[in-house]
Design a protein around this ligand. Structure first.
Ligand code: GLN
Length: 491
């Protein structure tokens, strides 16, 4: 088997057994990254530093001072996470030359686990988008069809996997940005419970929704990666102080007593593509044959979720992005020395030149929703509806262990198809934003292909801290043949 066809855990096993060296595996992926340039999955290729990390991992493994299931395995990191020794751009001109003074806790934990950082992956600017078309560094292409988007905002992370350029990627998910690109690129993606993984060093978009999550071809790789990532972090006051289960050890549990809720409002939604509906129903049958009981459940406030999400997310973004003033961080314009207020002019110009149109749109929306005259009607109302949405999930989890439904209304769309119509783009988030608003974990797993070879996917959602069950169910579906990891045709 070729190196790029092995799972991250298998690579880890072979590296530990010294059948492969981390150095040769890393070299292999670096050459695949170079060959896959047309996809534009990366904003930065770590090259030399990756090979140095790999050589040091090999040495430490040989000396017996480094072990662990993913030691020596390469990983691609979304460019929203702060890293030392490489730029952290967030897909924005604003941070084009930004070098973080510290590494994100998530990154630090991976490097401490002996993983090797291959590079930083392309993304929608400040993680705002669903297609990786708003990046200041060009669009990322979907390896399954180069004229289509890989989804977003973690489009580079998912495309790197589909193109066999990395065995494991780390993304972030505020309203679907791990799960939606995973679905479009035919890989698995997990959004953990809010607070499960530290947000320290994750550049903030919407702080009450943001969560770091892994993407991979194999469910087992997600489990092994989450074991490393999860846990309390004193640097993030919202990180949960809950024990981290051994996710890899419960993957094989039988699904006999499992109760699965099929979300009526999602499966019967008029915007849902028939091929995706069929994939959900087929996986429902597969779960039944594995012994699970299927129950129909309702999330009655589904139709408010996109509006609620876009009020909460833009409000928080407008506040979080106030820090980019040309002084504290990133891009600074020369300003206008002839202006009455050169400082104000410098700040205004830095922001208008540094941010792209989607980011500006969101700052304006959020500023409006938070303004004195409109706060009660928009932001406060959105928080009230957010509670109703979370209550819907709580009611559903009184009846069932996991929820089943679609990830996206359609398979990957064409580049440029939705760029002129932001609302159309936002509506594509309708099945993913609920998990973020409720703070619960959710996983996207592949479920076949369309007749023209575009990946299809299904979503499983669970109660807070229910990652072990989600990974268990997803693993059982993968074992039962719902999907087999597949690389996109040579790009
Ligand atoms: N597509 C959603 C948005 O544009 C989600 C983004 C995300 O999860 N970072 O806001």
């Amino acid at each position: 088997m070729k190196i790029e066809q092995l799972s991250a855990v298998e690579l880890g096993r072979k590296i530990a057994a010294r059948e492969l060296s981390s150095h040769e595996v890393t070299e292999h992926f670096l050459s695949r990254m170079a060959a896959g340039k047309a996809v534009n999955a990366f904003t930065h290729i770590a090259g030399e530093s990756a090979l140095d990390q790999a050589a040091s991992a090999d040495k430490r493994i040989a000396a017996g001072s480094l072990s662990g299931p993913l030691a020596g395995v390469p990983v691609a990191i979304k460019d929203v996470l702060c890293t030392l020794g490489s730029p952290t751009t967030c897909g924005s001109r604003m941070l084009q030359n930004f070098r973080a003074p510290y590494a994100a806790t998530a990154v630090k934990k991976l490097l401490d686990g002996g993983l090797v950082m291959l590079g930083k992956t392309n993304m929608d600017e400040f993680a705002m988008g669903g297609s990786t078309e708003t990046s200041a560094f060009g669009v990322t292409r979907n390896p399954w069809s180069l004229e289509r988007t890989p989804g977003g905002s973690s489009g580079g992370a998912a495309a790197a996997l589909a193109g066999g350029m990395s065995p494991l990627s780390i993304g972030s998910d505020t309203g679907g940005s791990v799960r939606q690109p995973a679905a479009f690129c035919g890989v698995c993606g997990l959004k953990p419970t809010y607070g499960r993984v530290s947000r320290s060093g994750l550049v903030a978009f919407a702080s009450s929704l943001d969560q770091v999550g892994p993407l991979a071809h194999h469910v087992e790789d997600l489990a092994a990666c989450l074991e490393l990532l999860a846990g309390h972090d004193p640097l993030d006051s919202t990180s949960l102080n809950a024990e981290v289960p051994k996710y890899t050890q419960s993957l094989n549990e039988p699904l006999k007593a499992l109760r699965v809720g099929v979300i009526r409002e999602h499966v019967e939604h008029e915007a849902l593509d028939g091929r995706i509906r069929k994939a959900v129903l087929e996986s429902q049958k597969m779960l039944e044959s594995l012994g699970a009981t299927i129950v129909e459940v309702h999330l009655p406030h589904t139709s408010f979720s996109v509006a609620t999400y876009y009020l909460v997310a833009t409000s928080e973004a407008s506040s979080n992005l106030a820090r980019y003033d040309g002084v504290h961080y990133g891009y600074r314009s020369m300003g206008d020395p002839k202006s009455d207020s050169p400082l104000d002019a410098m700040i205004a110009r830095s922001r208008s030149e540094g941010f792209g149109p989607e980011v500006k749109r969101r700052i304006m929306l959020g500023t409006f929703a938070l303004s004195a005259g409109y706060y009660d009607a928009y932001y406060k109302k959105a928080l009230q509806v957010r509670r109703l949405i979370a209550d819907d999930y709580a009611m559903a989890f009184n009846q069932v262990d996991v929820l089943l439904g679609p990830v996206t209304p359609t398979p990957a769309f064409k580049i440029g198809e939705k760029t002129d119509d932001p609302v159309e783009m936002y509506l594509g988030d309708l099945f993913t934003v609920g998990a973020n608003l409720a703070g619960i974990p959710a996983i996207s797993i592949p479920a076949g292909f369309t007749e023209d070879n575009l990946p299809l996917a299904i979503q499983l959602e669970g109660p807070a801290l229910g990652e072990a069950k989600l990974l268990n169910v997803a693993f059982q579906l993968q074992q039962a043949g719902l999907f087999a990891p597949k690389l996109a045709p040579e790009v």
